[in-house]
Write a protein that binds this ligand. Structure first.
Ligand SMILES: Cc1ncc(COP(=O)(O)O)c(C=O)c1O
Ligand SMILES: [Zn+2]
Length: 399
């Protein structure tokens, strides 16, 4: 057991891991700065931990009420590099009134709006900025639909690292203001996140800054995987039958599934009963179209803005990994309209007292479709992953 641990800092021994390309499995040096795989078709690089059945749940730090309770399964080598604002360990709440209206027995919501900067992006950016600090990076840049920019700016402020945020001009003001408050340089672009990514590529030619784009570095995924560990632990290791996830770039979807597979390898769970459902907006549904074989892949998809900013990702870099999760979990993907998203924000607020982000609200509309089409049964254990708070989007709403 002891041999499985690295000894970089004896006070913070973590399980050993290596970095590998998800597609061609080329091994990368974890002590160096890595982005994505250059050997094959530019696939994401992921951290793979040495896991076996002798690793007990005792490695969870029960005294830590944040995602860092799983630090032994996370790739930060020295605890002094941890940049934390208290992210993770968010509640799972029952939604009795909504369940009753829908005629279903069990409806849960994991409410990620409790996170620093009001979204689940805090998990990935806490991890990635911690790693950036560990690797001696002094400047980070991100193309963002909004929430990732806010989270990057906050964690960089805490770390004393420069942050550059490239965001669509149409993003609500609150997103821009929070980044500025945290000291980020905010650059606005006419277009979607894919256009922001093109500008990031240009900026990187002239300025030395690390690109922390979704799935284009290995560590945001590790932060997001803590969602899967938390869901299992908070549900007493009895996983939901169905998880609905609002998918843009897909880090959370891929991260939850990665955690489930890791837990299976350690024997913490005996099987994975969960079907993963990716919900998108009709205005931007590249994954749905590829899944339904309307296109070969998303590379030429034309998306439009949506009130659920985070879902406006026309060319998700990790599309293949998202599709693999849907197929391995026997899940599916579907899209909902702008009107349904707006109606769902209001319905969840009025019935459950939670102002969920429009991305999270899309899940209720998705669930209604799944129940009506009998793809999900009334007696199944259903979990909605509300990825953020609506407070930054309020100017887009009339109540
Ligand atoms: C609130 C919210 N939900 C969901 C998403 C989509 O997340 P991902 O790109 O990891 O799939 C985003 C991304 O910006 C978001 O801000
Ligand atoms: Zn590769």
């Amino acid at each position: 057991m002891k041999a499985a641990f690295l000894t970089e800092n004896p006070k913070n021994t973590i399980l050993n891991y290596g970095l590998y390309c998800n597609s061609c499995h080329f091994r990368y040096n974890k002590y160096e700065i890595n982005s994505f795989c250059m050997q094959c078709e530019k696939s994401p690089i992921e951290a793979r931990f040495d896991l076996n059945k002798s690793i007990s749940k005792d490695i969870i730090d029960q005294s830590e009420r944040s995602m860092w309770r799983y630090a032994k399964l996370l790739p930060i080598l020295d605890i002094k590099n941890r940049i934390t604002l208290g992210e993770g360990w968010t509640p799972i709440l029952p939604m009795f009134r909504l369940a009753n209206c829908l005629g279903i027995s069990s409806l849960l919501i994991k409410d990620e709006s409790f996170n620093p900067t009001g979204s689940f992006k805090a998990r990935g950016l806490s991890m990635a900025v911690s790693k950036a600090k560990e690797l001696g990076i002094r400047s980070c840049i991100v193309p963002t639909a909004g929430n990732a920019g806010g989270a990057l700016s906050a964690y960089c402020a805490k770390a004393g690292i420069e942050s550059i945020v490239v965001m669509p001009r149409h993003t609500p003001d609150a997103f821009k203001k929070e980044c500025k408050a945290f000291g980020a340089e905010v650059i606005l672009v006419d277009g979607l996140i894919s256009d922001c990514a093109k500008l990031v590529a240009e900026i990187k030619k002239d300025r030395s800054c690390f690109d922390i784009s979704t799935m284009k570095e290995p560590y945001r995924l590790e932060g997001k995987k803590t969602l899967g560990y938390e869901i299992a632990e908070q549900m007493n290791w009895d996983l939901p039958d169905v998880i609905l996830y609002p998918a843009g770039g897909g880090t959370g979807l891929i991260g939850i599934w990665k955690a489930f597979k890791e837990m299976l390898n350690m024997g913490w769970i005996t099987h994975i009963p969960t079907r993963m459902i990716a919900v998108q907006a009709e205005n931007c549904k590249p994954l749905v179209d590829t899944f339904n074989e309307l296109q070969l892949d998303a590379s030429n998809y034309q998306g439009m803005p949506t009130i659920a900013n985070g879902l406006a990702v026309p060319h998700p870099f990790a599309e293949k990994m998202m599709l693999a999760v849907l197929s391995q979990s026997k899940g599916t993907t579907l899209a909902v309209s702008e009107q349904e998203i707006i109606k769902s924000v209001k319905e969840i607020a009025a019935k459950e007292g939670i102002l969920v982000a429009p991305e999270g609200a899309a899940l209720l509309a998705g669930l209604k479709f799944l129940l009506n089409s009998k793809l999900v049964g009334a007696d199944e254990k259903i979990l909605l992953l509300n990825t953020g708070s609506c407070y930054k989007y309020l100017d887009s709403f009339e109540f």
